[in-house]
Design a protein around this ligand. Sequence first.
Ligand SMILES: [Zn+2]
Length: 481
Amino acid sequence: MPLYETHVGMECHAELLTESKMFCGCRNEFGGEPNTRTCPVCLGLPGSLPVFNKKAIEHVVRTALALNCTISLHSVFHRKNYFYPDLPKGYQISQYGNTPIGVNGWLEIEKPDGTTKKIHITRVHLEEDTGKLIHSDGAGYSVVDYNRSSVPLMEIVTAFPPDIESAEEARLYAETLRSILIYLGVSDGKMEQGSLRAEPNPSVRPVGSDTFGTKTELKNLNSFRSVQRGIEYEAQRQIEVIESGGRVTQETRGWDDEKGISFSQRSKEVEQEYRYFPEPDLIPLEFDPEWLESLRAELPELPNAKKRRLMEQYGLPATDAAQLVLERETADYFEQAARGVKDTKAVANWMLGDLARLANASGLAIHAAPIPPAALAEMVGLIESGAMTGKIAKTVIEEMFATGKSAPQVVQEKGLTVSGADEVAGIVAKVVAANPDVVAKIKAGNDKSIGFLVGQVMKESKGRAKPDDVNRLLREEMDKL
Ligand SMILES: [Zn+2]
């Protein structure tokens, strides 16, 4: 059997975060009683006229800039004509041809081995979403909800030939894109609610072949995990079709996450004729270069840049920085907590270790934990100053999380202060007296045995003594003998 290689093109759709819909004043919000957020424009009633939502255009321009695209100064909208019950007008307003808002961009993914790869993007354009069909299971009818009709939708398409060469790279691409959209504040990125949809087009070909295989399009992938699983499954299925002498059919396939299989939905053998033509009710968009530059200047720091800065500014390892920048608020939390703390690496460790564990168990994001950044900084400060050991801090942070109290408060109330010098000296004397044979060994030159005595003292003091002090006090005590 020849070896096969996989190529994946990606089409992603993101519903834009705007107050109102694309061409009317209806509220743009997920959910709601069916058909309560509609008007003559988004229901496509005759005589109604669309009016642009400037915010939606701005969101697409900002995304295109963040994705390193060239912005078309002159951008046109088209009617994509087809009949389907979720499309009341009988056409979708979209952008077709060579004047989408953004063209020829790229984003960079980082692979688990630390290498990066540029994924080229061919277009970023604006269109409107359709309504939503809800099918009755087996009862033979469907109902339609037009609340989603005409919600502003952005489409981002990767370039051909595809740069993505595995299911994992496709997942990383989707994750990176989602993170950029969230940083920009243009999308909530909720794949499970369908406000961000990833539609991969995988194809396979024998290694060495110079023509691409027939691709299929995958739909209903509701998580990053299903993006990866769906492509892995589909590539394997295509290989099996070819190996058994068959031919891969160009079609749209749905993904059944529970069964872990894809299934044929709609054949695409014949290219559908959409009779595109320029939308006569909307004037073309003309962008002022100065406006574009002002939007570019105001772009926030994006995840990759933030990651590099955190590594440089705070001396964090790449893996920690990558985890911290996944959500903008988590990175902000870190930077607030790191203020005034010398050991910034420790702040990241506590956040990604104990705090993340406690937050996860409560279903919270790190930045939403009931420990404000300043309180975590104060806790790390107590360890730095020697007022508390790291071991005690593990108990303290749990109590802080559960009660919302500060580290000094918890230490005070629970009597977790580091043992006083006198107390530790007392314990040391006791341990030395109780272990004459170990002391004799040490005095005979077996220095390693001191570890046993240190352990005994730590146990007696319940972890509240500092190991350095214990070591010193033990030697002083033995010198007396
Ligand atoms: Zn409306």
